[in-house]
Design a protein around this ligand. Sequence first.
Ligand SMILES: Cc1ncc(COP(=O)(O)O)c(C=O)c1O
Length: 476
Amino acid sequence: RTSCAKGASTAPTTGSMLHTSVKASEMSKKASETLTPSQTPGRSMYLSNRGNSIRQQQGILQEGFVQYARDQYDDAHNPDGILNVGTSENKLCYDLLHKRLTKPDMLHVDPALLQYSDWRGHLFLREEVAKFLTHYCCSPKPLKADNVVVMNGCGSLLSCIAAVICDPKDAILIPTPFYGAITEDLQLYSDVRLFHVPLDCEAGGKDSRLFNLTVEKLEESLKKAKQEGIIIRAVILINPHNPLAEVYTLKEMIGFLEFAKRYELHVIVDELYMLTVFDESVTFHSVLSADSLPDPQRTHVVWGLSKDFAMAGFRIGTLYTENSHLVEAVAQLGSFHGVSGTTQHQVAQLLRDREWINEEFLPENRCRLKAAHSYVTGELRSMGIPYLHWPATLFVWADLRKYIRESSFERELSLWRCFLRHKVLLSCGQAFSCSTPGWFRFVFANQDHHLKLGQCVTRTLHTLSGLTQLFRYCLS
Ligand SMILES: Cc1ncc(COP(=O)(O)O)c(C=O)c1O
């Protein structure tokens, strides 16, 4: 990796602005407490305390998405609508998927598909997932169908895993920033909390790169949690990372897994973006490729179709774990998170079609992602906006600190709202519990050709370039 890839591509601006790190609370808060107090719905007399707390848990991502749903950009019908650069979806490959998913082999019905299935998923699908992961994760030994659970998305799996390895109010360590919806995945049903491991956005001291995750930081946070009387049961590691897009090496991952083993912590390894790496300079290594895992009974790997196959709407998530007790417990919850038989058939057909995956889908998807990434990062560079340069995932983590007058999450939120008023939906750092205000995530895979993507970025950057003038009106 080049040094550029491990830090911001351009040195972060310092200037005269305040860039002191404002530490977010280490324990996850309700998003509504931190983000949108004025818009939190009031208490409903029809709901229980739990129901009210679930209803009120509306974070910034929802607020933006609601507005977007009402006023979506559409080339022909709503050219002045909101451009969505905030949702992590790959919309570059609809043509390829449509062609494959409408082939005759996809249309299949037999009695078993119409009946209740094993709540872990049909055996034919779990076998296919095991073969798929063995191959694409480069597992040294064949992975087993009995260790696979299939559910309606990785969000459901994270929720179920947390429910069975934690008791209410227990906590799981997670480095920040992180994919924000995990907070709700863990909290809504199971009342499991996240304990943050804050990563610093400045390189310096022992940190050779920005947002550098180290075993020392994990140790430090674990110690802090213990001092506060919080029971930590697990650690969540996302690789490739959302929102940093960073790809951790196998050596780094094994170091984190060894840390977890020392304290008998479970590790949930989220590898949802494992095939979304689009430059030869970076190679992703699944933890399943290791000759041996430090603590196989406490290592649980999740992967799904939402990102790597650009099929978030299919709702497919898979879990691989050697822990049969965990599989049994999670399977008990599977009846709430099942996938229809016909969809399971389609997914199995897709995963076994290696020729389509290797010869058509993956190369073309990577090529389109690379072009889109290069376009957006080129635009960011031309605007002098620093960003983390990792050729992976569907987004770029960019440093807009120079556009907020002071380092506060209120200012960051004002900037986010300012974008929304200018019809650009982004995700801001506080939605990912970033400890320093001013970082934003740009999804670059959200238009199917460059013209639309170009419009999207141009409008975003146009807004940015006008921000100095807008400060007076928007941010005062
Ligand atoms: C890192 C990560 N984990 C889990 C999820 C949830 O994915 P799914 O669509 O499979 O529920 C997402 C979705 O953005 C994600 O980015």
